[in-house]
Design a protein around this ligand. Structure first.
Ligand SMILES: Cc1cc2nc3c(=O)[nH]c(=O)nc-3n(C[C@H](O)[C@H](O)[C@H](O)COP(=O)(O)OP(=O)(O)OC[C@H]3O[C@@H](n4cnc5c(N)ncnc54)[C@H](O)[C@@H]3O)c2cc1C
Length: 459
């Protein structure tokens, strides 16, 4: 079932009578399974006896993306190519600005379906597609459990304000998506792509990319690997998640955020799998679903409704005020972005976290909080700290450049949080220190864990 509230017509144009296919412009949801936009395209095509064509525009130099991000994405596109072929759906990958590729292919389409993004660059592309496609363009929101505009019409104050709004309606959206078989084959359609994604390494080498951050072997991209990780998570890891998710060395989380970012897995499928799991308590399930749905969709709400979401100026007034009152406080340590990137501060735990990030493209959630708080503590100004934190986040993390990146970095500076006891540099922003880590967690085990990961990446 595709709920009507996931669907939005983006223009007033009609179906093109002599169109040769229904086009799905894949961008945000880079998967073939539980993808409501693809499903909508198949149903529309079957209704008119047309084949489905999926297109993907692959551009060199996507903002802030480097070889690490592209390698992961290409592995995902390779899965898409295989899976679409077995379903008789054509997949065309062309090099160019994604919206140009979609507009070009829309000229022979009866109708165009696209998925929904919340980032301004991508929402701008969808508006252009709607103007220039010359046929009807329909957007399907498939990367969230509850569509963002159903939840709220404004930027929400905190998790506690958005939670009841999501929970009130989520049952309606937590249903599996049935797959329809395409009736008309795309075999007769001659549409050339210009990148062969069946060999992701060769495709990566052919692109003109920023190689300053190398691909990481810790995560293989794609919906097949995402599903394998989800199965492992619900069978083995979910049991005890609520108690151990904060332990940095425990590996007791799903590690699915990179897959969610690239649309390799559906959040609805993840919740349904957790509901159906034999392992784990209701606390484990509740805690996982709180992160995956409430916290994650709070970040989509932030990006959708806060125009300055990627700037320091979007922080709440109280947070900026208290940080500015303490801007002149003496800092015991001040590091530049380059010094931080070298993983060489006086703080061994922080260095370990940064090594995990630089070498593997990931960092444990608890260490992300500590990592960002320390950048605030060790930068000359809070504004500079904010810029450095976000830039490093987006450069190294496979899940970077995501609504979650902006909302979570901002959280470390007071967004969606409350005022705490006042102290130097932080003012009333929540503080964290190394003693807390040592008291609560086995930090030697975290060092060994990171050593092993880094060693593997170097081989
Ligand atoms: C400073 C900072 C920066 C962060 N940057 C990013 C980022 O760039 N991209 C990103 O996806 N997440 C980011 N997070 C949120 C969180 O750390 C990661 O989503 C999580 O660690 C991913 O691991 P997992 O998939 O194993 O999570 P799990 O514990 O298995 O959780 C399942 C899913 O829930 C969501 N989730 C988990 N924790 C949070 C959270 N605190 N807020 C919102 N959603 C959450 C994620 O989508 C995650 O995949 C950041 C957090 C902080 C404090």
């Amino acid at each position: 079932m595709i709920q009507n509230t996931r669907i939005r017509k983006l223009n007033g144009a009609d179906r093109r009578e002599n169109g040769s296919y229904v086009l799905y412009w894949m961008q945000e949801a880079q998967r073939t399974r539980s993808n409501a936009a693809l499903e909508m395209a198949i149903r529309g095509a079957n209704k008119h006896g047309l084949p489905v064509v999926v297109c993907f525009g692959l551009m060199d130099g996507y903002p802030e993306a480097n070889a690490r991000h592209y390698a992961f994405m290409l592995e995902g596109l390779s899965d898409c190519a295989k899976n679409l072929e077995t379903r008789g759906i054509a997949f065309v990958v062309r090099r160019g600005l994604p919206v140009d590729v979609a507009i070009g292919m829309a000229q022979d389409a009866a109708a165009v379906i696209c998925d929904r993004s919340y980032m301004p660059l991508q929402t701008g592309w969808r508006k252009r597609l709607a103007r220039e496609a010359g046929c009807t363009v329909v957007q399907v929101e498939t990367e969230v459990v509850v569509p963002v505009d159903v939840v709220s019409g404004k930027s929400e104050y905190a998790a506690r304000t958005i939670r009841p709004k999501i929970q009130r309606v989520w049952d309606e959206y937590l249903v599996p998506l049935d797959e329809t078989r395409p009736e008309a084959s795309a075999d007769g359609i001659d549409l050339a792509g210009d990148i062969d994604v069946s060999d992701p390494a060769a495709a990566l080498a052919a692109l003109d990319l920023d190689w300053s951050v190398r691909p990481a072997t810790r995560f293989r991209g794609g919906e097949i690997e995402a599903r394998r990780r989800l199965d492992h998570f619900v069978d083995v890891v979910l049991d005890g998640y609520a108690g151990a998710r904060n332990e940095p060395s425990a590996a007791q989380t799903s590690f699915l955020s990179p897959y969610l970012h690239f649309g390799h897995i559906s959040p609805v499928d993840m919740v349904l799998a957790a509901h159906d799991a034999d392992a784990g308590s209701s606390d484990d399930r509740g805690s996982f679903i709180e992160e995956l749905v409430v916290r994650r969709e709070l970040s989509m709400n932030y990006v959708a409704f806060e125009p300055k979401f990627d700037t320091y100026d979007a922080l709440p007034d109280w947070a900026r005020k208290t940080l500015e009152q303490h801007a002149g406080d003496e800092r015991e340590y001040v590091y530049s972005a380059e010094e931080l990137e070298a993983c060489n501060t006086h703080d061994a735990h922080w260095n370990d976290a940064m090594r995990e990030m630089v070498h593997t493209g990931f960092m444990h959630n608890y260490m992300r909080m500590y990592w960002a708080k320390k950048i605030l503590e060790w930068s000359a100004t809070p504004q500079q700290a904010y810029v450095t934190t976000l830039a490093l986040n987006n450069k190294y993390f496979l899940d970077g450049r995501d609504p979650n990146s902006y909302a979570n970095v901002a959280w470390c500076y007071g967004l969606h949080d409350r005022a705490w006891t006042e102290r130097p540099v932080f003012g009333k922003i929540r503080y964290m220190n190394a003693n807390g880590l040592n008291r609560k967690f086995d930090m030697n085990a975290y060092t060994e864990f990171v050593d092993r990961l880094v060693e593997k990446e170097r081989r």
